[in-house]
Write a protein that binds this ligand. Structure first.
Ligand SMILES: Cc1cc2nc3c(=O)[nH]c(=O)nc-3n(C[C@H](O)[C@H](O)[C@H](O)COP(=O)(O)O)c2cc1C
Length: 188
């Protein structure tokens, strides 16, 4: 076993998500997309999630103002579009136009969702926790959309078909296969 000279975080895999925002100034609407992987689950009942954005980024500033954001789960099919959104900045580029994604309107928030993503969740901002380099935005999921093409009879998304993207130590990965159900060893 080697112990690294400097402690490092190798938590993996992390999800790859697309967070959408909308800024409306007078009559001008600016929609944006930011790919994120430093994200996680905070609580249930209500469902709270966290997205961590490094300080000073355009998307973080918008979420602070509007207190709303969309969480859209992309598939491997759109890997190139996802990466492009992470190489550009919403104050300079219209990323919806850049990657040719189509918008669907949300039900409860005024933020566009992404038609090409099989799962879209509408979030209302609950809290912001500042850290040294990043800010943690905590969102409450208020609506969840699943594309009919990817929904199973029990109402869950068909993750096998969705082919989600993962972030692993600076690389993109996809999942290989299902190996079991939760608590398959039996709760005691
Ligand atoms: C797969 C992927 C994951 C990323 N994860 C994060 C993240 O968790 N936090 C962050 O601040 N930036 C992350 N980035 C970088 C932002 O997406 C990037 O800085 C983006 O251009 C910022 O967009 P904006 O200027 O429109 O806000 C990630 C990029 C990619 C491609």
């Amino acid at each position: 076993m080697t112990i690294l000279k400097k402690a490092k975080n190798f938590l993996a895999p992390l999800p790859v998500i697309l967070v959408t925002t909308r800024l409306k100034v007078n009559d001008v609407v600016k929609d944006n997309i930011i790919p994120l992987s430093w994200v996680g689950v905070v609580d249930s009942r209500p469902d709270l999630i966290n997205i961590n954005i490094s300080k000073g980024k355009y998307s973080g500033d918008i979420i602070r103002k509007t207190e709303q954001f969309g969480v859209c789960i992309p598939t491997y099919k759109y890997l190139e579009q996802v990466d492009k959104c992470g190489c550009t900045h919403g104050d300079k580029v219209d990323k919806f136009e850049l990657v040719n994604f189509s918008k669907i309107e949300a039900k409860q928030i005024n933020v566009p969702l992404i038609r090409e993503c099989p799962i879209n969740m509408e979030c209302e901002l609950e809290d912001i926790i500042p850290f040294k380099t990043h800010e943690m935005f905590i969102g409450k999921i208020v609506k969840t959309h699943i594309d009919d093409e990817y929904i199973l009879e029990d109402g869950n998304p068909d993750f096998k078909k969705i082919d989600i993207l993962c972030y692993v130590n600076g690389e993109y990965w996809v999942l290989d296969r299902k190996v079991g159900n939760l608590f398959f060893t039996g709760k005691r």
